[in-house]
Design a protein around this ligand. Sequence first.
Ligand SMILES: [Zn+2]
Length: 398
Amino acid sequence: MNPPSQKILRRGTSAPEQHDLQLAQVQQWLTARNTEMIASLKELVLMESPTHDKAACDKLCAFLATQFAALGGRVKIHRQKKAGDHLQVEFAGARDRKPILLLGHYDTVYSVQTLASMPWRESKGLVYGPGVFDMKGGIVQLMFALSALLNTGPLPRPITVLLVSDEEEGSETSRPITEKVASRCEAVLVCEPAGRGGALKTARKGVGGFSIRVSGVASHAGLDFEKGHNAILELSHQVQAVAAMTNLERGITLNPGVIRGGTRTNVVPSEAEAEFDLRIASMADGDVMMRKIRALRPVNQKCKLHIEGGINRPPLERSPRVVALFRQAQAVAAQLGFSLSEIAVGGGSDGNFTAGIGIPTLDGLGAVGDGAHSPHESLVAAEMPRRAALLAGLVVSL
Ligand SMILES: [Zn+2]
């Protein structure tokens, strides 16, 4: 039989109970700050940050840097020549544990002055504006989750925040930074928008892009018709062949998205080109598809094919480690009093890169809302504290 004092001691210090207590405090702290979170979101949305506008992006990056510094983070700005600067912030925690990476982007698909036609607006529990959902809401939730944790006790482990400026355009300049930072982390929690009904994203398709350029032989369409070899005609065969490789059951899609060629109707065209989007659910399928595409041969032997491109983002595959992370998130959500579902989506994110180098990655931990990249993009205001609590709780539980 244990003496009562030991019982009390055990009850008072057990790690799971401490987590429960902290989670309850975090939830309470966040619930009381819904209005502050919306105000903070409005501030970010009013600082428009389209991917290609370096000046606008840098301004927001500097603003975010001061916000994170005020929370006690060590800020590192990855200066860029053309793209906006990328923001990395380190929060110290128990040194014997690897950091958790909270990942996101602060660029949007909306050019400067979109606010004129798509203003910040609050109506019926929703807030509207460029980038509210993808993903300025996620950034605010991330910031408040950190703040809640710092206000309710020491961080259980180091936390790294990485917010990049070029995700919406393929993350060309940030990819090496994201992969390097993620490689020393225990897990990656991506604060991109949640899926329908608030679902977390446990699988994302890989994304590829390639072009087929046809060189034919030009001639006069009236005088020398038979001497010509029509590049547009040849390309039309190739477009059909590529489109036929789509396999919806396997999650493989090929989309001819851009086409150009020819100069005048009375000239047999010598040049034509098409650009394609390729999506795959597994990396193995990606390799198979790119081999098939590179093996395409001209139907008209007098035409030449020039094929360029490949896989840009590896798929985020639903590996056992991803599933384990999701189960953990479900358990935290249950403690917070709601249930969480999971979803597989076709779109890529920077989580594809971190999953691609083998770091367990869970995506969709950002805002709940609708209409990303559209004029009716919106966020559910009342979900912000709960989602921030989920993120904070997940960090503590890992
Ligand atoms: Zn996004």
